[in-house]
Design a protein around this ligand. Structure first.
Ligand SMILES: C[S@@+](CC[C@H](N)C(=O)[O-])C[C@H]1O[C@@H](n2cnc3c(N)ncnc32)[C@H](O)[C@@H]1O
Length: 210
């Protein structure tokens, strides 16, 4: 990313402050209206277990109890921490339709596992969006890169969900770039295609303007 920024045609006239922070995106240790721009790629709704995939590195730095805490606080992790989250209309109609499809799906784990996992994801993403909006300066922008995925045969249009959630939170939100992911692993995973053939995956760039 640093290389991409170097190669870009952006001309930077002001001094940029690089401030590495160790923080949870749902609770940023930053003041209101302080940040000029945000570029981020949050976890997608694919249940990637970031804490477990970096377990060796984390265990060099932390004890197993801390690793567990990190895992439980990782957005989108495949662990259910809170079973009592309620659907929130702020998440938008595409999200609510997805959750209804999951609720009504006949498969075994849909209501016992996938639904609470998704409720946790959208609750956490809403908290993170609120934090981004809080710390951004007025008229400042955030770019959020997300990928679509599938729950069985149902497409999870994550870019559209982020746009609707952003608009409902009071910031102008739009998809400014969409690309089809041709090399997505699911294209070669026959198991993931059993519910729907020819799945297409998108990477969206969502622009929020405060
Ligand atoms: C899709 S990845 C983004 C990867 C990044 N775009 C890159 O190119 O390396 C999502 C990242 O969000 C991090 N993450 C998950 N939950 C978080 C939280 N609550 N606060 C901050 N970061 C979190 C994950 O550990 C992971 O590194």
């Amino acid at each position: 990313m640093i290389l991409d920024l170097d190669l870009s045609s952006i001309t930077i006239t002001d001094r940029i402050l690089h401030l590495p922070l160790l923080a949870d995106s749902r609770n940023l240790c930053l003041p209101d209206n302080a940040i000029d721009a945000v570029i981020t790629s949050p976890p997608y709704l694919t249940r990637i277990d970031y804490a477990m995939s970096t377990r060796p590195e984390l265990l060099i730095m932390f004890d197993p109890k801390t690793l567990r805490t990190i895992r439980e606080n990782t957005i989108g992790a495949p662990v259910i921490v809170d079973k009592y989250i309620k659907i929130n209309s702020t998440w938008g109609k595409t999200c609510l339709q997805l959750l209804e499809n999951v609720q009504k799906h006949g498969s075994k784990a849909a209501t016992s596992y996938y639904l609470p996992n998704m409720l946790q994801y959208f609750r956490d993403i809403e908290l993170s969006r609120r934090e981004i909006i809080r710390v951004l300066k007025h008229n400042a922008r955030a770019i959020i890169v997300v990928q679509s995925s599938y729950f069985k045969e149902h497409e999870i249009k994550l870019g559209d969900i982020y746009v609707e959630m952003g608009n409902n939170l009071g910031v102008k939100s739009e998809i400014v770039n969409r690309e089809i992911l041709r090399g997505h692993m699911a294209h070669v995973n026959t198991k993931s295609n059993q519910y729907k053939k020819g799945k297409i995956y998108f990477e969206d760039m969502v622009l929020l303007t405060k």
